[in-house]
Ligand binder design. Sequence first.
Ligand code: PBG
Ligand code: ZN
Length: 322
Amino acid sequence: MLPTRLRKNSAIRNLIRETRLSMNDVIYPLFIVDGQGVKKEISSMKGQYHLSLDMLAAEVLALKEIGIRYLILFGVPDEKDDMAMPAFDENGLIQQGIKIIKSADPDMYVITDVCLCEYKSDGHCCFFEENGDIQREKTLGILSKTALSHVVAGADMVAPSDMMDGRIGHMRKTLDQAGYENIPIMSYAAKYASSFYGPFREAANSAPAFGDRRSYQMDPANSREALKEMQLDIEEGADIIMVKPAMPYLDILVQGKELSYLPMAAYQVSGEYAMIRNAVDAGLMDEKVIFESLISIKRAGADMIISYFAKDLPALIEQHEG
Ligand code: PBG
Ligand code: ZN
C-alpha cells in the first residue's frame, strides 16, 4: 500500500492515480431491427434496446447529448436466409442505419460488427461443406462483401467478429481495391467460445440452430492460442486487436499488449453486463462496481472498451474522477 501521506485526501489520490476513464474510452453497441416505431427493451439486457430505423436519429442525438462518441452497430433483421443476403444488402438495416446516424450527427464515429450469424438462417458465422467443414472461400467472400457494403454506406471502421482464418487479409484487400485504404479494421482476434454471450444471442437472435461455435471460437482454457490468433491477424493487416469477453480474459489483454504495439480493444460482453446490472439492481453490490469493472479492463491494457455501460459512464466519471 502507498504510505498514508499519499492517500490522505482526494487531491493527492487524484494526482497519483494511474488509470482514468473518459468518454473517449468507450464504444456503445446499438441493435437495429426491422419495423416502425420500435424501441423495445431487450429482456435479457436491462436498459438496452432494439431500435427500428425510424427511431435511430433521436436515439443518436440523445447519446451524443450524454457524451457518447463511438458506436458499434448490430443488425437484427426479421428475415434471414441461407445466403446471409440481408448482411450485404445495400438497403439492409446496417447500411441504412449508418446513413441515418451520419445525417443525425456527422461526428458520431460508426463502427460496424461484420458477421453472418445475425443474417443467416442457421445462425452460424460461416458456411459449411456437406461434411461439416467450414467453407472458407465462400465465407470470406461474403464477409468482405458485407464489410465493403458497410463502408460504402459510410462506416468509419469495420469489426469482423466471425473468427475465420484469413478473413482480415481478405477484407483488407477488398477494401484497398475499392479505394478504402483509410478504413481501419478492428479484429475480434481473441474471441473465446464463451457462455458470457448468452444474453446477446437473444439480443441478436443469433443462437445457432445446430451445434455450437467451438469449431471457430477459442477454448477458454487456452492463452497461447489467443496469442497465435492475434499474431496472425496482425500479420494480415489488422489495425486494432480485440479480446472478447473482457473481465474473464484480462490476462489475454496483458499478453496481447506485450505481443504488439497495436491498439487493443476489449469487449465487455452481454453476460458481463447482465451479471453486474442485475446484481446492482438487486442491491447486492454498489453501483461503483460498474466503474471498477471498466477501470480494471483499462488498467489491464485496453485502449478502448466496447460496453453496454457506456451510457452510465458520464455519471460514474462525475462521481469517481474528482
Ligand atoms: C457475432 C457476435 C457475438 C457477439 C458480438 N458479435 C456473438 C457470438 O459470437 O456468439 C457477442 C456480444 C455480446 O455478448 O455482448 N459473432
Ligand atoms: Zn457471428
